[in-house]
Design a protein around this ligand. Structure first.
Ligand SMILES: NC(=O)c1ccc[n+]([C@@H]2O[C@H](COP(=O)([O-])OP(=O)(O)OC[C@H]3O[C@@H](n4cnc5c(N)ncnc54)[C@H](O)[C@@H]3O)[C@@H](O)[C@H]2O)c1
Length: 315
């Protein structure tokens, strides 16, 4: 099968591309190597995939209608994994128009091309952030109409567009809502890197609410990739599916685990939880289990150990 992966040079996309290549799929990666974080990291992310003859890299922007048209006409992908986006709730407060342009406008460009070229399955990466502050655990039917940040709102808008396209054109579409993904190649703006970097330098880390009452449902990268691959294969008619670990970890325990794994000590600077962040994220993954056979395997101690091993190699 030939899969077009947008954002394929990013954290999750590069792991997905490798997993697809390992099992014999062809991968077309479309990524614009933007500077949300250092582009050199993204080039490093795809180094291994680029060794494969089944891998094609297109360095370009999925908002570019003419380019996207060319990509579909030339490669005729069987499936699309649309992972490319401006990620991160807090930075979206400073650049809401850019988030709108990429996450909503760009998704529409991809949906429209995919339906015109009869793609047999479209998987859209969304986020647990759409649930805002609604009561946990979050199932797919939990309220998601009050996102806390422009990022989350643009992701919700992209979801809504995808369901409209599914309704009008019948393209099999699955929206996967990821819960705090971590592991090797993790984004530098996300918590593991944002803690490990100052811990190594002996600088204090910023801990929201001092680590008390803030829970994240950390989900290991390999588990997320397994869920996305299953969604690509299943090509279900129209579903929204949570991909999380369903075991929220309090931030204080997360730091203690990180200290244990790294042998480093965290100096803590407590700050209030930003308004774009919910206090708890917690996935109900019954639907993912039933429809995709999704069953997360890697728990936080092991996942952070693997992350640390990678971070040491990269340093
Ligand atoms: N990492 C998480 O914890 C998490 C949680 C929930 C949802 N998500 C979603 O998963 C997806 C992947 O996230 P990630 O953590 O790998 O982020 P990432 O920033 O590492 O990857 C996104 C990639 O998309 C590319 N991109 C952005 N705009 C583009 C454009 N206009 N054209 C082409 N490429 C473009 C970027 O260059 C980047 O390589 C995103 O849709 C994100 O919203 C991630």
């Amino acid at each position: 099968m030939r899969v077009l992966v947008t954002g394929g040079a990013g954290f999750i996309g590069s792991h997905l591309a490798e997993a697809l290549l390992r099992r014999g799929d062809e991968v077309i990666c479309l990524d614009n190597f933007n500077d949300y974080y250092e582009p050199s990291r993204k080039w490093a992310n795809i180094r291994q995939a680029q060794q494969s003859s089944a891998y094609t890299l297109i360095d370009g922007d999925f908002r570019d209608v003419a380019l996207v048209e060319q990509v579909f006409a030339r490669w005729r992908p069987h499936r699309v994994a649309h992972l490319g986006a401006m990620a991160g709730p807090r930075p979206s407060l400073a650049r809401p128009l850019l988030y709108q342009d990429v996450n909503v406008g760009g998704t529409l460009v991809m949906l429209d091309a995919a339906r015109r070229y009869d793609v047999a399955g479209f998987v859209l990466a969304s986020t647990s952030s759409v649930y805002g502050r609604s009561a946990t655990p979050w199932s797919e039917s939990s309220p998601s109409d009050r996102p806390l940040s422009p990022y989350a709102a643009t992701k919700k808008a992209a979801e809504v567009l995808a369901t409209t396209y599914q309704y009008q054109y019948g393209m099999p579409t699955t929206i996967v809502r990821f819960f705090t993904v971590y592991g090797p190649r993790g984004r530098p703006d996300m918590t593991p890197a944002a803690f490990v970097t100052p811990m190594r330098a002996g600088r204090p880390i910023t801990l929201f609410n001092g680590g008390v009452g803030v829970f994240r449902d950390w989900t290991y990268i390999d588990d997320i990739v397994a869920g996305v691959v299953a969604a690509l294969d299943a090509a279900l008619p129209c579903e929204i599916i949570n991909l999380g670990n369903s075991q929220p970890v309090e931030l204080g325990r997360f730091v203690a685990t990180l200290e244990h794994v790294t042998g480093l000590t965290a100096r803590i600077e407590a700050q209030p939880l930003p308004t774009a962040d919910p206090p708890i994220t917690y996935a109900d993954i019954a639907k993912a289990g039933a429809l995709l056979g999704f069953a997360p395997r890697v728990q936080i101690d092991e996942g952070l150990a693997r992350y640390w091993e990678w971070a040491c190699r990269e340093a």
